[in-house]
Ligand binder design. Structure first.
Ligand SMILES: [Zn+2]
Length: 216
């Protein structure tokens, strides 16, 4: 039975690397994939992983019907044996419904990869719809780590290393960003709640002023 599978996790947990691995394994067996992505760090129409691998992909646009796109592709003689949707958190909920229809009506496996929650620890609409519709949800086990060494489960948005909690849900950036730019850092829940990034933890360790003064 074809399936809609949602591979979820934090940033930096190896989602795109796994997407490329699935693509590699299936194309090595002679299968052809339709690869969708949106706002990949490598630029439009690319699916890339932090490990340096990259492949061409279809850049999804606002309002685009992914089901119709596949039907058109197939009816024009194109091949698609399975579908990969990377950065699926950036897709609209309706586009996730269209991917479910690709599974049910076209009989293709759809592998969606996405970050579950945004920098305020709220579900992205696309990820929410995937949780609602997926046949199977796989939480990726390549664990990203917080600066404290604990398992990182939350995405923090940073500017100059300081965590920010205001702003638009989607601002494309990356981990290890330069000064003044929006960056992202994965944290454990404890440090996400305390808004303590690696940089602010370092600063706190250097400043004796922030140590709690025991009351007598
Ligand atoms: Zn931590």
């Amino acid at each position: 039975m074809p399936e809609l599978v949602f591979f979820s996790g934090t940033m930096d947990c190896g989602k795109s690397t796994l997407a490329l691995q699935i693509e590699h394994n299936r194309s090595a067996r002679g299968l052809a994939g339709m690869i969708f992505t949106r706002d990949d760090r490598a630029g439009e129409g690319k699916l890339s992983s932090r490990l340096g691998l990259v492949t061409d992909a279809v850049e999804v646009e606002d309002g685009q019907d992914l089901y119709v796109y596949l039907v058109d592709h197939l009816s024009q003689g194109g091949r698609a044996d399975y579908v990969i949707a990377d950065e699926a958190q950036f897709l609209a909920p309706e586009q996730i419904d269209q991917l479910a229809r690709v599974v049910d009506d076209l009989g293709l496996d759809v592998f969606a990869f996405g970050i579950t929650t945004d920098f305020r620890s709220k579900l992205f609409p696309g990820s929410q719809r995937l949780v609602e519709l997926a046949d199977r949800i796989e939480v990726l086990q390549v664990e990203a780590l917080c600066w404290c060494g604990a398992r990182a489960t939350h995405n923090a948005r940073t500017i100059d290393g300081e965590m920010v909690v205001e702003g638009a849900q989607v601002v494309v950036g990356d981990v290890n960003q330069s000064a003044g730019e929006v960056g992202y850092e994965v944290l454990c829940r404890r440090h996400h709640r305390r808004r303590m990034t690696a940089a602010s933890a370092r600063a706190a360790a250097l400043s004796p002023d922030v140590l709690p003064v025991p009351s007598s």
